[in-house]
Ligand binder design. Structure first.
Ligand SMILES: Cc1ncc(COP(=O)(O)O)c(C=O)c1O
Length: 441
């Protein structure tokens, strides 16, 4: 247990989150349900903000990467914590703006932003757009001109650093749909292209080297390469970047193969980045850039759990045991996408000794509908409440209505209270946009 532990086992042997009994939560709100601990979220936002304030004279901004979990309440919390957000679609932008989020502190990403998304961003004065293609640069320049706006932009750059993470979530290799590479000269060409755009103001560069990364060295290397690139662009084009956005990617604990980091460990990641910036800018005679970081998973991931009710249990003699729950790939597609690993426990019998390893399956008509494999559990029984841990990031945000299942509701726990931040869907929601053409009636 460390100071970030939101989970405890109470006197009844039940799992608690944020001081609330998860069995009571399951009874009150039903299952499956996503549950988030607000204190944990705020602590993580603060640790990143504090390190920039204390170790970099406040010359920067933390953006919560809202693709990890997007809903109105999370943007409200980010606004209260005085951080910014990164968004990747009109939907995320709309959600943030709908709760009055300061558009200046919104950064818009995406490798193929729609014209309508760019228009929406400009019409709502979104602070910074991270340009990811020539087409986007042309369209954005025209749209900004039509509106008499000089739009702040960054260029997404691939510094060519390979983070030690799962190949499917690598984004910064030269072979990537994102960004422009330093190694093949395309980033350099994009700089001169953008400097000639009348309605765009190039503020600097962005990179994101991957996700679920624990290797401090990869962040250090990426920062060094980005500062060298800034220096190179100053020499070639007389353009000195004011802003350096280093993306997100800090890892979290999913199971015992992952380290369980403390707040200080996250502080250390950012401190090492700051050290590199301080040393390299001095060496290369550059100004210290405005530092932006975009953590998503590390802010929200461990703050969230999913509660299920165990249903069918099936043992294939000599092969494996399936414990099926009332969720599945429609609310957590991460195993199906990249064989993600999770820890699960029986929330109503959290002190029981684990005696077997099982496969936790969902209820979808799909044999790949698995939530986790090789999960150590006590002998589960139908009706047990199962908690799967560290499901706060990229679970709800990747959920769908596959098989016309409901996307589960989300609950925020704070100061001994649990309340909806995303309410349950109904059968009416499922058919809301369906139309039966007249000729079929
Ligand atoms: C551009 C960008 N920034 C930030 C993030 C957040 O990364 P993480 O959730 O690993 O911190 C991502 C994730 O894919 C990203 O693509």
């Amino acid at each position: 247990m460390n100071e970030r532990d939101t989970l405890k086992i109470n006197g009844k042997g039940h799992l608690e989150i944020g001081g609330l009994d998860t069995v009571d939560i399951a009874r009150q709100f039903g299952t499956p349900v996503y549950v988030f601990d607000e204190k944990h979220i705020r602590d993580m936002m603060r640790v990143y903000k504090d390190v920039i304030n204390e170790d970099y004279c406040g010359n920067g901004l933390v953006l919560y990467a809202s693709k990890a979990f997007s809903c109105k309440a999370i943007y409200k919390i980010a606004a209260q914590e005085e951080i910014g957000v990164d968004v990747v679609s009109g939907g995320e932008m709309f959600t943030a703006l709908s709760v009055g989020f300061n558009p200046d502190k919104i950064y818009l990403h995406g490798n193929n932003k729609l014209v309508s998304e760019l228009e929406f961003a400009l019409d709502n004065r979104v602070g910074t757009i991270v340009v990811d293609s020539y087409r986007e640069a042309d369209i954005l320049d025209n749209l900004a001109g039509e509106r008499n706006i000089k739009q702040n932009v960054l260029i997404r750059v691939n510094p060519g650093v390979e983070a030690h993470t799962h190949a499917f979530i690598q984004t910064a290799r030269t072979d990537s749909k994102f960004g422009f590479s330093v190694s093949d000269g395309s980033a350099k060409s994009m700089v001169s292209y953008l400097l000639n755009k009348r309605n765009l103001r190039l503020k600097g560069f962005h990179c994101h080297i991957g996700s679920q990364i624990f290797e401090k060295q990869s962040f250090i290397l990426a920062t060094e390469k980005m500062i060298s690139f800034i220096s190179d662009m100053k020499d070639r084009h007389g353009f000195e970047a004011e802003t350096l956005n280093l993306g997100g990617g800090f890892g979290i604990w999913y199971n015992d193969e992952d380290p369980k980091l403390k707040l200080d460990d996250y502080r250390d990641y950012v401190k090492s980045i700051i050290d590199v910036i301080n040393n390299k800018t001095k060496e290369l005679n550059l100004k210290k850039p405005y530092l932006v970081i975009e953590p998503g998973r590390s802010i929200i991931g461990e703050a969230g759990i999913t509660l299920y009710t165990v249903g069918a249990i099936k043992e294939i003699q000599g092969i494996k045991k399936y414990v099926a729950v009332d969720g599945g790939m429609f609310e957590n597609p991460r195993y199906a996408l990249y064989q993600s690993k999770y820890t699960a426990l029986l929330a109503n019998r959290a002190n029981d000794v684990c005696t077997e390893k099982v496969t936790v399956a969902g209820k979808c008509c799909e044999s790949g509908d698995i939530i986790a494999v090789d999960v150590a559990l006590p002998i589960a029984q139908s009706g047990d409440i199962m908690a799967v841990l560290s499901t706060g990031a990229y679970n709800y945000s990747m959920a769908s209505n596959y098989n016309r299942n409901f996307v589960p509701p989300s609950i925020l726990v704070n100061a001994g209270k649990a309340e909806y931040i995303i309410k349950p869907q109904t059968y009416e929601d499922i058919v809301r946009n369906d139309i039966v053409p007249k000729r079929l009636k």
